[in-house]
Design a protein around this ligand. Structure first.
Ligand code: ATP
Ligand code: MG
Length: 451
């Protein structure tokens, strides 16, 4: 078949508009892909989908003519089509509408020798989780209802974060992705050859944001961070999207209010923009509303350790909480909780020591409920020159790669702090996904960089 001009280049009608009653009785031009197709030698029922929804299109041989009917009949799932027809309100149809087809143009036919590989049964077998097969075919899996839903939620989450910070007059600021030093410890650094030297992929925007803090005072970003996570868990990727903020003249409590603010804004935005999608994933909207409307309690690390020990979990004071412990701790939370004041020995040099008790640092993690665990890590930064030098030396970290960071203190240091929020983790928690892989289009972990 020759592919000439396929209709007007611009798309004028969206399926969601028809389902909202904007084209009742009108002649419409629909552009989309075949989701399902069935029928007889006289009548075909084609469910067409576009990015906004799906609708049943009814093609009768008498109405469309022999040749067109045969084309429709032989078109396979995921073929792309342009359909002209009448938008007909019909109570019996799914969504209350069907299209009475007048004419069909097959734009991108699917070869019968290589039909679309992702069948409903492959997805059912995967049961919400992801088999190797679905991961290998990720580029095609993206078009399925489940993945499309996740991508829409994700878009709303990104939008909510931008609006939250911009409404508060934060400035969006970008840091380099090739860096010379670690933020989160050397064991998860990705090393890259860099013209005869070694560079690393950034683990966080933070250090470079602190350098701009005296210029911008309130700044944020949403950018990828890279961590060579060897242990694969349901909440770790090697490349993840990191929403980070840094703010001058703020203490740990104020920084936590921003963390609470942005997570509540995300939950509120999802309710507003994506309640249908949330329900289709089996999420209870009241639960999401609670995350949007409640204050998030704050508890000290010591209290969490006591609680865990009381529950029979083996944990020693001074240990960072890993996923297994956070899972137990958050199982019965009904809203996210902040954990504050971790022991100094559990945290890197940039965390500010608590002037009231030098065993602790002024930091926080935000732990999501339902057994999810950490979604934010943040706190006050060590901000005086003398203290940062002492902390770097005490840790045995070389000063040289951090000289620019030390300079931020030498030339007019001020109290400041910030946090990093794992955007994919938030999507995963709020969508109720089993695994963080389910909410990012092309997940990267220690085994997979394809497709
Ligand atoms: P964890 O202990 O779970 O590995 P972390 O303490 O290393 O987390 P931070 O360095 O505080 O995490 O990073 C800030 C936020 O970035 C985390 O709260 C989390 O939401 C997100 N994050 C960190 N590492 C990953 C990862 N490998 N994949 C996805 N998100 C991550
Ligand atoms: Mg980590």
């Amino acid at each position: 078949m020759l592919l000439g001009v396929v209709g007007d280049a611009m798309k004028t009608t969206w399926i969601s508009d028809i389902l909202e009653g904007k084209h009742d009785g009108q002649k419409v031009e629909l552009k989309g892909w075949i989701k399902r197709s069935r029928g007889s030698n006289k009548i075909r029922f084609v469910v067409l989908r576009d990015s906004t929804g799906s609708i049943q299109c009814v093609a009768k041989k008498d109405a469309v003519g022999e040749e067109c009917f045969e084309n429709v009949k032989s078109a396979l799932i995921e073929s792309s089509l342009i359909i002209h027809g009448l938008a007909n309100p019909d109570e019996r149809a799914d969504g209350g509408y069907e299209i009475i087809v007048q004419d069909v143009e097959i734009v991108g036919p699917v070869n019968p020798d290589t039909p679309f590989p992702i069948t409903e049964s492959a997805m059912v077998a995967a049961d919400g989780g992801e088999t190797e097969f679905l991961l290998d075919n990720r580029h095609l899996y993206l078009r399925t209802t489940r993945m499309t839903t996740m991508l829409k939620l994700r878009s709303s989450v990104f939008g909510a974060i931008h609006s939250y910070f911009r409404d508060l007059d934060f400035l969006e600021y970008q840091a380099p992705n090739f860096v010379a030093g670690a933020v989160e410890g050397g064991s998860t650094l990705f090393e890259v050859p860099y013209f005869g030297r070694k560079a690393y992929l950034t683990q966080s925007w933070q250090l470079y944001a602190e350098a701009a803090m005296p210029a911008l005072e309130r700044l944020y970003t949403i950018a990828p961070s890279f961590r060579a996570e060897k242990s694969r868990t349901r909440r770790h990727l090697t490349e993840f999207w990191h929403a980070e903020m840094e703010v001058a003249w703020a203490d740990n409590n104020e920084i936590m209010s921003y963390g609470e603010g942005v997570v509540r804004k995300i939950a509120a935005t999802l309710l507003d923009e994506r309640s249908e999608e949330l329900e289709s994933l089996g999420r209870d909207l009241e639960t999401i509303a609670r995350y949007a409307d409640s204050a998030y309690p704050r508890m000290r690390y010591d209290e969490a350790v006591d609680t865990l020990q009381g529950m029979g979990v083996e944990i020693e004071w001074g240990q960072d909480l890993d996923y297994s412990k956070e899972k137990v701790l958050t199982q019965d939370f009904d809203v996210p909780h902040f954990l504050t004041h971790y022991p100094k020995i559990a945290k890197p040099f940039y965390h500010r020591v608590d002037p009231d008790d030098e065993k602790y640092v002024l930091c926080h993690d935000l732990l999501a409920p339902e057994g999810y665990g950490e979604i934010i890590g943040g706190g006050e930064r060590t901000w005086s020159e003398a203290e940062i030098l002492a902390r770097i030396d005490e840790e045995g970290t070389p000063r040289e790669p951090y000289q620019f960071y030390i300079d931020t203190r030498t030339y007019g240091g001020v109290p400041h702090g910030g946090f990093g929020l794992g955007v994919d983790r938030v999507c995963s928690w709020l969508s109720g996904a089993e695994h963080i892989r389910e909410v990012i289009p092309f997940p990267r972990d220690s085994r997979r960089v394809t497709p």
